[in-house]
Design a protein around this ligand. Structure first.
Ligand SMILES: Cc1ncc(COP(=O)(O)O)c(C=O)c1O
Length: 397
């Protein structure tokens, strides 16, 4: 019944635990949730107002498949103003969220058997999207002891005749790692040397800490800027996950028009009123976003301190996004209240049952000895959840 293409797509390993969490919440169990990948802030008022105005002005019809010219111009202006990048409105395609943008890119780019390099830990959808597009994900483990930096020898050895692209995600989901300028430069060199495309997912660019500044790899791709696709969106930066607006920017005309064409036959266009709201979003004063970023930073420092205070857990300091990715390998092989911990699914299940805390098992991101916590939740929840996790892990034997 099911196509060969979709048979290759794995059901999310976290499905069972997600379902159990939802069921427990429904039954009224007091669960502290660290699972969600979205800001807990509301969409700023000026953006909501722009969406409402668009509906009132009857901007409720089909638009151009790649997005309204006004939004593409506003995105081009944003890329120039904030990232120092020169893209024309015609080099931008707006889609229904950055996830959709990425999906379109893989569909447009890959032939059966084409390889895409994915650094691991990775965002959960990259490998599955590559598989849906008949590509082959090739995983390169990042070096946790060096803040999840890239091992370039290993990268070189993994490139084959079939390698088409590399996905760069800095700041990263799930580790929060921010790649160094040196790594970005070397990645650009590698892409040039092997004629590979770089897909740079910059969705967390504004959530970056310790005085760091986001640098787009585009800064180092000037010699071969048609080998780069920048992916971004409004979901995380402006607390707009439900509006579904993401975009790509690329000087590669072939890819831009292939994605436009594909989109015109699939979703047509992203929702018209959401596009008008996104114009307001990309023009929102930076102070509004900075207020959210500094609240995330306060929570980040607190949750990191709490995690590092739990014997047996180690945690690399995340410098971006809104996730922490603690390593619990010291607990593997131990038992907690009679349950053996053999991997991240067990640990997450034990934390759910015993601590009433929901986390995402690291296996979803390619590591079975980590779990992910999102700190897009209140300080009270962070303390309550971390107290519970500490109490439960204390019982490991
Ligand atoms: C790394 C990364 N890229 C892309 C996305 C997709 O964002 P959206 O489709 O909401 O724009 C997410 C969302 O979780 C993400 O974490």
């Amino acid at each position: 019944m099911i196509s060969e293409r979709l048979k290759k797509v794995e059901p999310a390993p976290t499905l069972a635990i997600d379902a159990k969490t939802k069921q427990m919440i429904k039954e009224g169990v007091d669960i502290v949730g660290f699972g969600v990948g979205e800001p807990d802030f509301n969409t700023p008022e000026n953006i909501k107002e722009a969406g409402i105005q668009a509906i009132r002005a009857n901007r409720t019809r089909y638009t151009a498949a790649a997005g309204i010219p006004e939004l593409k111009t506003a995105v081009a202006d944003k890329l120039k103003r904030e990232n120092g990048l020169n893209y024309k409105p015609s080099e931008i395609v707006v889609s229904c969220g950055a996830k959709h943008t990425l999906f379109n890119i893989f569909m447009a780019l890959l032939n059966p058997g084409d390889e895409v390099i994915i650094f691991s830990p990775y965002w959960v959808s990259y490998p599955e999207q590559v598989r849906i597009a008949d590509g082959v994900p090739v995983f390169i483990p990042l070096d946790e002891s060096r803040n999840f930096e890239i091992d370039f020898d290993r990268l070189e050895r993994s490139i084959t005749r079939k390698t088409r692209a590399m996905i760069v995600n800095s700041p990263s989901n799930p580790t929060g790692a921010v790649l160094s300028e040196d790594s970005l430069m070397k990645l650009a060199e590698t892409a040039l040397k092997h004629s590979l495309l770089i897909i740079s997912d910059e969705i967390y660019e504004k959530f970056i800490y310790n005085g760091k500044r986001h640098i787009s790899i585009a800064a180092f791709m000037k010699e071969a800027d048609d080998q780069l696709i920048v992916v971004n969106g409004v979901s995380k930066t402006y607390a707009m996950t439900g509006w579904r607006i993401g975009y790509l920017a690329s000087h590669n005309r072939e890819i831009v028009s292939a994605v436009d064409n594909l989109q015109s036959h699939s979703t047509s266009n992203p929702a018209s009123m959401a596009q008008w709201a996104a114009i307001e979003a990309v023009q929102t004063p930076d102070s509004v976003v900075q207020a959210m970023a500094s609240e995330f930073d306060r929570r980040r420092r607190h949750i990191l301190k709490r995690l590092r205070g739990i014997p047996g857990l180690t945690c690399v300091e995340p410098e971006g996004a809104f996730y922490v990715f603690p390593n619990f390998s010291a607990f593997i092989g131990k038992t907690i209240r009679g349950r053996r911990v053999s991997g991240s699914l067990d640990l997450a299940d034990i934390l759910l049952n015993e601590a009433k805390v929901a986390v995402v098992p690291g296996i979803a991101f390619g590591s079975d000895s980590h779990f992910r916590l999102s700190y897009a939740t209140s300080m009270e929840n962070i303390d309550k959840g971390l107290d519970r996790i500490a109490d439960t892990l204390k019982q490991a034997r």
